[in-house]
Design a protein around this ligand. Structure first.
Ligand SMILES: Nc1ncnc2c1ncn2[C@@H]1O[C@H](COP(=O)(O)OP(=O)(O)OP(=O)(O)O)[C@@H](O)[C@H]1O
Ligand SMILES: [Mg+2]
Length: 268
């Protein structure tokens, strides 16, 4: 089976840190679904998306199993990265290859046997630049990119060049990435995305929210319309914090006249 024909991923339960079985039967993730994973530090959020990344078969600490289109993945898919329908980007994802941006992308494009190389390079850099405030150019060295630039470029690369149907993002929100733009882009391209996040806006923006504790999934929430008003409010608060952050960065003194408290108000 080709990875483009992938229609769904199923997560089968494992055990928590005390060996007790998780409280769900199965979690099915279909194309275009957006999920967030929340929970305290050490609760097993990264372990959950790593299980998906490695297509776990009861061979990780959690004991979970992953099915692709309802059946265990082929060995070929598990072994060959170009057959794998999944891209994982974490806070520590760095590219150590000593290449400039355009050569790095070109190698990816060649490996994927895609055409229109020049346009694809331009488009990928342009998309990455929509995700990050620090502009990336084709001549920059990959190793010289900042953390935020690297993540922005890898997300754009996964969307346009890898055309990976499933994106797993592990706490990339602090990297100076415009998260609203990333979310809207991912939704427009009907990508499946799973965010591990501590960010309220991201957590509220997804269709489903998986809550972790002690190594296990303890809740799968589907808020639908119930959180819509809150999302709008959180987005306003985020904008306010964004402005404030920019002003602090550029050396402003923030005076009482800014009346931050009053502007934010108390969420209803
Ligand atoms: N079900 C489990 N059984 C046993 N060990 C587990 C389980 N889930 C996670 N762990 C282990 O617990 C540790 C913390 O888990 P993990 O890194 O996934 O937490 P996290 O929620 O991502 O934390 P943070 O927010 O700090 O990134 C890891 O060493 C992981 O291997
Ligand atoms: Mg983690």
């Amino acid at each position: 089976m080709h990875r483009d024909q992938m229609s769904e991923i199923t997560v089968l339960p494992g055990t928590n840190r005390n060996g007790k079985r998780e409280g769900f039967d199965q979690i099915i993730i279909r194309p275009g679904d957006t999920l967030s994973i929340v929970g305290p530090t050490g609760s097993g959020k990264s372990a959950f998306i790593n299980d998906i990344e490695v297509l776990a078969q009861a061979d990780t600490v959690t004991g979970r199993r992953i099915l692709v289109n309802g059946v265990p993945p082929s060995d070929e898919m598990a072994r060959d990265p170009s057959k794998k329908p999944i891209a994982l980007i974490t806070q520590s994802t760095r590219v150590i290859a000593d290449l400039d941006v355009s050569r790095f992308l070109e190698l990816h494009i060649e490996a994927r046997k895609q055409t229109h190389i020049k346009d694809l390079i331009e488009n990928t850099i342009a998309l990455a630049n929509e995700f990050t405030g620090e502009q990336i150019t084709r001549a920059m060295s990959m190793t010289a990119l900042s953390g935020g630039q690297t993540r922005a470029l890898l997300i754009a690369d996964a969307i346009l060049i890898g055309r990976t149907p499933i994106l797993l993002l592990d706490e990339v929100e602090n990297a100076g990435i415009f998260k609203e733009r990333v979310i809207s882009c991912i939704k427009e391209c009907r990508k499946t995305v799973i965010f591990v996040t501590h960010d309220p806006y991201l957590a509220l923006s997804t269709d489903r929210r998986i809550v972790m504790s002690n190594g296990a999934v303890v809740k799968v929430l589907e808020p639908r319309e119930r959180e819509r008003a809150t999302i709008a409010r959180v987005s306003e608060i985020d904008d306010l914090l964004w402005d404030l952050r920019e002003r602090i960065r550029s050396g402003d003194l923030i005076g009482e006249e800014d009346a931050i408290d009053e502007e934010i108000g108390v969420p209803a």
